[in-house]
Design a protein around this ligand. Structure first.
Ligand code: ADP
Ligand code: AMP
Length: 214
């Protein structure tokens, strides 16, 4: 099963992708996580990506597409995967489609987690991330057992630099300009399904499972 998650930054793509990956036993691939891991490791790619991410801009397709293609070519992806944060532009979607069709494959589902802009700032300012294992929390809606500490690995949680309100406004603009057109794109491909992402996490998950099938 090959799935892409669509939705504004902070809509809950990562939260749901992690659970879907677990239920269907497929890898959860987040380009944002891959860039953050590169930033942490101090790679050239990380240095380049950081300059865009800190401004709330997209990392150029030239740095993103090959990285993703390489990842989905790895052995653990042979039975499918869930992409979270890719594609974010029409050219990325076209590259993915071409790479898959060259192998006689295609995406199965595009799941759009729909959350209006008004809710996004609260989601992002309350998000806390684990810099070590990538787990995501929310101070009000998904709090860790011990404040400020990751349940999974014990590391100290952080507010992502790009979750600060001034950057969030840019990220939302970039989303509407460059990523939202993918909703029409995947509607035309006949694989788009939209879920109401303002519901609680359990209900959003149940709606997605209904779409994907048990
Ligand atoms: P994305 O991957 O789309 O950027 P996340 O999955 O990281 O978004 O979610 C953004 C923030 O909102 C996180 O702090 C997460 O815990 C919280 N969150 C996710 N889904 C919901 C929900 N249905 N209701 C309330 N908060 C949510
Ligand atoms: P995310 O963790 O998905 O919120 O992504 C964080 C940031 O990483 C984004 O704001 C972009 O700067 C960058 N990024 C992640 N995925 C992509 C992508 N597919 N294309 C371009 N930039 C991306």
């Amino acid at each position: 099963m090959k799935i892409v998650m669509l939705g504004a930054p902070g809509a809950g793509k990562g939260t749901q992708a992690e659970r879907i990956a677990d239920k269907y036993q497929i890898p959860h691939i987040s380009t944002g996580d891959i860039f953050r891991a590169n930033i942490k490791a101090g790679t050239e790619l990380g240095k380049k990506a950081k300059s865009y991410m800190d401004q709330g801009l997209l990392v150029p397709d030239s740095l993103t597409v090959d990285l993703l293609m390489d990842r989905i070519g790895q052995a653990d992806c042979k039975d499918g995967y869930i992409l979270d944060g890719f594609p974010r532009t029409i050219p990325q979607a076209e590259s993915l489609k071409k790479a898959l069709s060259d192998k006689g494959e295609a995406l199965d589902f595009a799941v759009n987690v729909d959350v209006p802009d008004e809710n996004i700032v609260a989601r992002m300012s309350g998000r806390r991330a684990c810099p070590k294992c990538g787990a995501t929390y929310h101070i009000a809606y998904a709090a860790p057992k011990k404040e400020g500490v990751c349940d999974k690995c014990g590391a100290e949680l952080i507010l992502r630099d790009d979750d600060k309100p001034e950057t969030v406004a840019n990220r939302l603009k970039v989303y509407h300009d460059q990523t939202q057109p993918l909703i029409d794109y995947y509607t035309k491909e006949n694989i788009l399904h939209t879920v109401d992402g303002t519901q609680d996490m359990e209900k959003v998950f149940a709606d997605i499972v209904k779409i994907l099938g048990a």
